[in-house]
Design a protein around this ligand. Structure first.
Ligand code: AP5
Ligand code: ZN
Length: 217
């Protein structure tokens, strides 16, 4: 069944999804990444989503559920997949639960919630920089590139996400607490759920997340 990575902005969902993808070869499906590629591609969906994302609010369940349904049609999801940043409302969770319950004998999801304290999250988000060419992720406080604000691999000047300011981060945290924290409780109650300490080096978090998945499988 699919692996859900849950947690507040900056806990490391994307970083850990990449680590699992590298180790186990199952694809990462990040609703944030799909929305951002729609924004940069100038699609109708991207035009609707940009202002909402820049305020730290959530795009509507209908739009996001359709986007995920569309992505799940691709054959690379046949042997499992990692959902990063979805579901993020109870409405999305209910949609996913019924979508997955349809095929007979289908396995319930494995949910791992990553926990990190507020001060560390603020540093991770405001320090995050990404290479626009090769998509490598850096953090000017925590994982700085060798040369000031340039990609180690290709020298490209690093970019900052427009929602990674302190003000928008605070709104994203409020959105998380009111709309997404109940999703964590939903999956905790269903079982096949574990919590992992995300305030450790990336490799240690990856080991803990993968160990949790293997226990829950
Ligand atoms: P999304 O892109 O999902 O943003 P998010 O949930 O706020 O998560 P982030 O991508 O900021 O953080 P992350 O947990 O992936 O951490 P990362 O690995 O990057 O969503 C953006 C927006 O899109 C939303 O606000 C909403 O508007 C919209 N949206 C998306 N999905 C939606 C949905 N389902 N429904 C409705 N709207 C939706 O790491 C962060 C930083 O920390 C990096 O710099 C990284 O290098 C560093 N780092 C990671 N791990 C460690 C570690 N162990 N130690 C030190 N540094 C670390
Ligand atoms: Zn690069």
């Amino acid at each position: 069944g699919p692996i859900l990575l849950l947690g507040a902005p900056g806990v490391g969902k994307g970083t850990q999804a990449q680590a699992i993808m590298g180790a186990w070869g199952i694809p990462q499906i990040s609703t944030g990444d799909i929305l951002r590629s729609n924004v940069s591609g100038g699609t109708e969906l991207g035009k609707k989503a940009k202002a909402i994302m820049d305020r730290g609010e959530l795009v509507s369940d209908d739009l996001v559920n359709d986007m995920v349904a569309d992505r799940l049609l691709r054959p690379d999801t046949a042997n499992g997949y990692i959902l990063d940043g979805f579901p993020r409302t109870l409405g999305q969770a209910e949609w996913l639960d019924s979508y997955l319950a349809a095929p007979p004998g289908s396995l319930p999801v494995i949910a791992v919630s990553i926990k990190v304290g507020y001060t560390q999250l603020l540093r991770r988000i405001t320090g995050r920089r990404t290479c626009p060419v090769c998509k490598s992720s850096y953090n000017i406080y925590l994982q700085p590139p060798k040369v000031d604000e340039k990609c180690d691999l290709d020298g490209t000047p690093l970019a900052r996400r427009s929602d990674d300011t302190e003000e928008v981060f605070e709104e994203r945290m409020r959105t998380y607490e009111s709309l997404t924290a109940p999703v964590v409780e939903h999956y905790r109650a269903l079982g096949r759920f574990e919590e992992v300490d995300g305030e450790q080096p990336v490799d240690a978090v990856a080991a803990a997340v993968m160990a949790a998945v293997l226990r829950l499988r």
